[in-house]
Design a protein around this ligand. Sequence first.
Ligand code: AMP
Length: 363
Amino acid sequence: MISTKTIGIIGGGQLGQMMAISAIYMGHKVITLDPASDCPSSRVSEVIAAPYDDVDALRQLADRCDVLTYEFENVDADGLDAVIKDGQLPQGTELLRISQNRIFEKDFLSNKAQVTVAPYKVVTSSLDLEDIDLSKNYVLKTATGGYDGHGQKVITSAEDLEEANALANSAECVLEEFVNFDLEISVIVSGNGKDVTVFPVQENIHRNNILSKTIVPARISDRLADRAKAIAVKIAEQLNLSGTLCVEMFATADDIIVNEIAPRPHNSGHYSIEACDFSQFDTHILGVLGAPLPAINLHEPAVMLNVLGQHVEAAERYVTENPSAHLHMYGKLEAKHNRKMGHVTLFSNEPDNVVEFGKGIDF
Ligand code: AMP
């Protein structure tokens, strides 16, 4: 008999909400920690409304739950270590520390998992930028706190150095060589501490550094797709992964280069809810519970479009005109510009004909 567990989720945004939905239909109970009592997860779970670094609230969550997980990587790892009991956070806090800091992440990816990353060096001040070879292009990224392109400076000529020097003097950074990629791709992989299961390769199109469209399967050769999946599995095995992880990569004509990892379900894996026989949220819940993991099959080629604050009306119109498209709305109360409000998934063999919301209008 499958026993019912109480699962504590740190973070009640759309990722936490979709994790909770998976957990609930498997018969589990969910308690969410989120600063906002009306967060998206409040529609499907009890919420402890408190800041993420409130150790008393974390302890209350830990005391009331069998298993804990998180929906985002910037959780206070020390705070969690102080309250969790042995084995209560199957993903562990080490993975959090790796994905919170690009210096640790690059070191893990290149030296421990031994996968290909863009050539890089750690930059602790502008002095480290003095002797760079400007015949190449680079991206300077702050080690912590950056997301969706924030805390980054592309360097293509000496003129970019003033801003780059200022960034390098404001925080520890990583300087990466610029990758002339053909496509940005990602692979979702889930583990249960022993075995892993891997999803199809996703092709990702960003606008203003925000994911706009995901196409599955990615339009790369079978050889590169197999390599991308093997890389994701290698990383997961090196981590003894529990739960879902997303590996973001660049595909060039003949190689796959890992950009970064996210230790949780990812926006680029949302299509799996309808397009695969198990979603990335299902395998996340199965994985953190240490349950056996299914092999993943893609039913049909699919496209996912993000619905940002400025796209809500267009998305509602779209599904009225295309009733076979699946609209997900996360229940956020305010449709702010660029805020992720929902997404649409549809089956299509002609992804170029599926037009992103707002393309050419609102970006
Ligand atoms: P990140 O925050 O690392 O995900 O970077 C945000 C976006 O910047 C990526 O989705 C890429 O489009 C671009 N980018 C990041 N690193 C590189 C790189 N080394 N070469 C080329 N583009 C990059």
